[in-house]
Design a protein around this ligand. Structure first.
Ligand code: BV8
Ligand code: ZN
Length: 238
């Protein structure tokens, strides 16, 4: 158990394991996306340049799963903690909107959002809806300039938005309690975050929620092994 009050700054780094119980495949591990596809082959600018239709089909397949998914008890727990007036910030690697659908307001998407599309020429963004999904062998075009659009996510080999990155570092540097939940902690630069936070504030408390150990497990205060949709509600006794 931890003691916290309204002035405690709580930050959560969530990964694909956070949404697993909602039926959304993780990237790695059993039944992960990696099993059927190679995301490093698909979630890259070169894959999109090579075959934009295949990349769009992959994202349509994933968006369909997300649209039919519901937030799970782990998402709902964080929303309740926020509704109790605690200072909690969620930095998610996930491109789904389940934190928001659970009721969390303070959510930062480090790797973008699958429901957003972006014009490759003028940068116009718009949320692409299901009817777009019905265009099977086509690519969404920009309403503004007619160019090709891409999913508004950060692909491997692309830099994260510098303002978002700076905002996360600032938040980490003022964090008292850091939760790292449902992430294999192998994708940079987010994998660095717990190390940076601890360097900045050696007295930070870091709690890891995962099924297995990860490369950050040896620096955390405590690892709570198990399914986060069960362990997190228990941890906050919500
Ligand atoms: C960057 C959006 C600077 C898209 C994602 C060579 C060339 C270029 C770059 C690199 C390179 N080598 C390394 C890099 C850097 C690269 C990287 O880190 N690669 C890794 C694979 C080594 N990073 C980048 O490219 C980043 N940009 O560095 O820019 C740069 C630029 C050019 C050249 C050099 C540097 C951009 C990374 C962002 C990629 N985009 N997603 C999309 O979603 O389609 S990443 C993708 O992985 C998702 O966002 C996902 O969230 C993220 C991390 O994965 P996890 O969330 O951790 O999910 P995973 O499946 O891995 O693990 C699930 C975990 O949950 C497991 O631990 C499991 O045990 C646990 N779990 C499962 N169920 C449960 C559970 N835990 C609890 N309860 C459960 N029920
Ligand atoms: Zn455009």
């Amino acid at each position: 158990m931890i003691d916290y009050n309204k002035s405690t700054k709580i930050t959560v780094i969530s990964g694909a394991g956070f949404s697993k119980a909602s039926g959304i495949p993780t990237f790695r591990g059993k039944n992960g996306l990696w099993k059927n596809y190679d995301p490093s082959e698909l979630a890259t600018p070169s894959a999109f340049a090579r075959d934009p239709i295949v990349v769009w089909q992959w994202y349509k397949w994933r968006l369909n799963i997300i649209l039919n998914a519901d937030p799970n008890p782990a998402h709902l727990t964080l929303a309740k903690v926020e509704q109790q007036g605690l200072d909690i910030a969620i930095l998610t690697q996930n491109v789904d909107d389940l934190h928001e659908r659970a009721g969390s307001q303070n959510v930062t998407h480090l790797h973008g959002e699958i429901r957003q599309a972006r014009c490759v020429s003028c940068g116009e963004k718009f949320s692409w809806t299901l009817d777009l999904l019905n265009i099977i062998n086509d690519i969404p075009k920009c309403n503004n300039c007619g160019s090709v659009c891409r999913p508004d996510v950060v692909w491997f080999g692309e830099c994260l938005d510098s303002n978002i990155l700076q905002g996360c570092i600032d938040r980490l540097f003022m964090t008292d309690i850091l939760f790292v939940a449902g992430t294999s902690a192998v994708v940079y630069p987010v994998a660095e975050f717990p190390f940076l936070a601890q360097l900045q504030n050696p007295s930070i408390k870091i709690f890891e929620f995962n099924l297995d150990y990860t490369p950050i497990s040896n620096i955390v205060t405590e690892i709570i092994l198990g399914s986060v949709e069960k362990t997190l509600p228990k941890f906050f006794s919500i």
